[in-house]
Unconditional design. Structure first.
Length: 325
């Protein structure tokens, strides 16, 4: 019997593993939650020890380890998301422009393996809009990253010039949904806050990041009834210890698999496994994708994200030009 070829996979949600792009206050907030959880279980944990453990997973600034893990897992491409924390947290080692330039260098280092969605806080005004446009036109970026926990609704009017650029260049937008470090706001990161933007920009595709674990019912509803809204399953690893893969099973059973994107949120869950392990959870014989048709599985793992990326006008040629420099 001929063995079926391995599935084609795009990881729709990754980050560069480097503390250069994350404010120390963000990390301290994550650590504080970890200390609280361990202390409640009677385990000894110091903030310094946990911080050192957290930082150990952030030592791949050029994405060499990420690309190696992708190859071992059969992942063709991964989307790197670059958030701009600068208006909410002032202790990030790099400026937003330095952050985006560093991502552009990584993009050149791994041609064909990575794509980048750059984030710019809209409170930078016209300078921010110009910087984002440079990322698309000069550096070959393929989308926009919005991080509402920094204190801005994804439907804020200040973001509309960015969405107009996304419409012009036909690139998608990823919007963080749900909680994050406790030093940031959660009230601006609910999925229904995106609805005005989704209605106002019907030609822009919006991706609800972590939509299988944060407000999954609301995220699924938007995906079902807004033609330009998608969700990614990144963060599902956080539920594996307590609920197996039930969160994923519920998502793929909703009839919206033309809107669901595979994503891992690498390197956030590196302590729980590598990219191969995260792919195996989905593609196991009795895993959540076994509940759907082969066509739907292809959509989730590869074709949906490939379709969104294919819409970018000129980005393929931009990336080739940047990589040749």
């Amino acid at each position: 019997m001929t063995q079926a070829p391995p599935p084609r996979i795009i990881d729709a949600h990754c980050h560069i593993a480097s503390e250069r792009f994350i404010p120390r206050s963000f990390i301290d907030g994550v650590v504080a939650n970890g200390v609280a959880a361990l202390t409640a279980q009677g385990l000894r944990a110091t903030p310094q020890k946990l911080a050192n453990t957290y930082l150990q997973k952030l030592q791949d600034p050029l994405c060499d380890q990420l690309v190696a893990e992708m190859e071992a897992a059969g992942i063709e491409r991964a989307v790197l998301l670059a958030a701009d924390y600068s208006y909410a947290l002032t202790d990030c080692p790099l400026t937003v422009e330095e952050t985006l330039l560093a991502h552009a260098e990584v993009l050149k280092r791994h041609p064909g393996k990575l794509v980048v969605f750059g984030g710019v806080d809209p409170r930078w005004g016209k300078d921010g809009v110009n910087l984002f446009e440079r990322s698309l036109v000069e550096w070959g970026f393929s989308g926009f990253k919005v991080y509402p926990p920094c204190g801005m609704s994804p439907s804020a009017p200040e973001l509309f010039p960015y969405y107009e650029l996304c419409a012009h260049h036909r690139v998608p937008v990823v919007v963080h949904i749900g909680p994050t470090s406790p030093v940031l706001a959660f009230d601006t990161s609910t999925p229904l806050m995106l609805d005005l933007a989704a209605r106002s920009f019907p030609t822009v595709d919006f991706i609800l990041a972590h939509g299988s674990v944060s407000y999954p019912d609301e995220c699924a509803m938007l995906c079902a009834y807004r033609p330009n809204v998608y969700l990614d399953v990144s963060g599902y690893q956080s539920l594996l210890k307590t609920s197996s893969d039930e969160a994923l099973r519920r998502v793929v059973a909703r009839g919206i698999n033309h809107k669901v994107l595979f994503g891992t949120d690498w390197p956030v869950f590196r302590m729980q496994g590598d990219q191969r392990a995260f792919v195996d959870v989905l593609t196991a014989e009795d895993g959540p994708l076994s509940l759907i048709t082969e066509l739907e599985a292809r959509l989730v793992l590869h074709d949906n994200m490939a379709r969104l990326l294919a819409g970018a006008s000129g980005n393929a040629s931009n990336q080739a030009r940047v990589a040749s420099r």
